[in-house]
Design a protein around this ligand. Structure first.
Ligand SMILES: Cc1ncc(COP(=O)(O)O)c(C=O)c1O
Length: 372
């Protein structure tokens, strides 16, 4: 099977460990194991004392009943049976795409966004049309263009809401317009929802709650600050879950009993995680915004209250060369925009720990002076 290299992952895999100030990632400052367990006052000792009696068999294949119940409660229309645990949202997207897309299908994908959402369908032999987002339109797509792209044989529309790398949101009314268009041709809509706005005023419904052929994929990696758990899920109708189950048996057995237990603990205490993260996002977004105002070579369509931003750089050199020199000379890691096929920009993960963000921006400012 032919597949394009995954631009962002290749970049991060190569350079992440060299960073002194890693402001490239898109999670909200990850929790330690101790912080996670301590959320409800438990201690490492009591938690693992209890877990020590767990048999390390495969456990619950689709995720434990507690896990499925907790996840189903994130939605208004999803039954626990229709939740399938996966290896991160990456695993959830792969499962959905592998189950739904066949050679010759027509797929539409928001672009740029998470590369899996267009390059896996291409690798499966689908024709993929991009539904572009435009900086001039606040990094949003235009519904008229979707009307032109959609065909009687469109099988699937892939979206990422909020969007990686820009941090912008497709709101409820736009989602409803997309659903109306998809319904006309009986297309599925897959929405990768790993970035959730932490501002209650920006709450957007999940696609699975808006559309009978909607599939929501998500994980604990971004909004919940636990990428190291590698736990994600698909949420869909029971019929779609039944289809996914068949393909899931070929790609994973389970996520592991300890990861499941920690995921359940996180979901039971999600209000505390989200409260912590609301503060980080608000504080860091204000710092980023202030910094951008003072940097003549940087501009930014402000992201919503989600953990990724996409700065525009006015620099006389290629953005990948810029990012590499920035890393080597100042220890600051960004993701160059060419990795999202948008070369005048860079992804800046502003929800790193606040001191890392402040120091990283200070060093980035010093580096930008080279171009005065
Ligand atoms: C849109 C999107 N989906 C999925 C992932 C990966 O999620 P996970 O760590 O849960 O596999 C990322 C990571 O950057 C992402 O940006």
């Amino acid at each position: 099977m032919n597949i394009a290299p995954f631009g962002v992952e290749e970049w991060l895999n190569e350079w992440e460990k060299e960073a002194v100030y890693d402001i490239a990632g898109s999670s909200i400052a990850s929790l330690t194991l101790e912080e996670l367990i301590g959320l409800d006052g438990s201690t490492i000792e009591t938690f693992f004392q209890e877990q020590s009696k767990t048999t390390l068999n495969y456990g619950w294949i689709e995720g434990s009943p507690d896990f499925k119940k907790e996840v189903s409660q994130l939605y208004t229309t999803v039954s626990p049976e229709a939740v399938l645990q996966t290896n991160g949202a990456t695993g959830a997207n792969l499962l959905a795409l592998y189950a739904l897309v066949e050679a010759g299908d027509h797929v539409i994908a928001l672009h740029p966004s998470y590369q899996q959402l267009y390059d896996i369908p291409k690798s499966l032999g689908a024709t993929v049309d991009y539904w572009s987002i435009y900086e001039s339109n606040q990094w949003l797509p235009r519904i008229e263009e979707l009307k032109e792209l959609i065909q009687p044989n469109t099988k699937l529309i892939c979206l990422n809401n909020a969007n990686n790398p820009t941090g912008t949101l497709l709101d409820e009314s736009l989602l409803k317009e997309i659903v109306a268009l998809a319904r006309k041709v009986d297309a599925y809509i897959l929405v990768d929802e790993v970035y959730q706005s932490l501002d209650p005023a920006q709450k957007i419904p999940s696609i699975v709650d808006l559309y009978e052929k909607g599939i929501s994929t998500n994980s604990l990696s971004k909004t919940y600050s636990l990428p190291g758990l590698r736990v994600g899920w698909t949420a869909s109708s029971n019929e779609i879950a039944a289809l996914f189950r068949k393909y899931r048996d070929y790609t994973m057995i389970c996520a592991g009993v300890l990861d499941d237990a920690l995921a359940v603990h996180a979901l039971k205490n999600k209000a505390l995680i989200l409260e912590r993260n609301r503060t980080i996002v608000a504080t860091n977004l204000a710092i980023l915004n202030d910094w951008v105002q003072k940097e003549p070579r940087v501009s930014l369509i402000l992201p919503k209250s989600v953990s990724t931003s996409f700065i525009k750089l006015d620099i006389p050199i290629d953005v990948e060369e810029f990012c590499l020199r920035l890393l080597k000379e100042k220890g600051v890691l960004l993701v160059p925009g060419n990795r999202f096929e948008t070369p005048l920009h860079a992804r800046l993960g502003f929800c790193a720990p606040t001191d890392t963000l402040v120091a990283g921006l200070r060093e980035l400012s010093l580096f930008l002076k080279n171009f005065d």
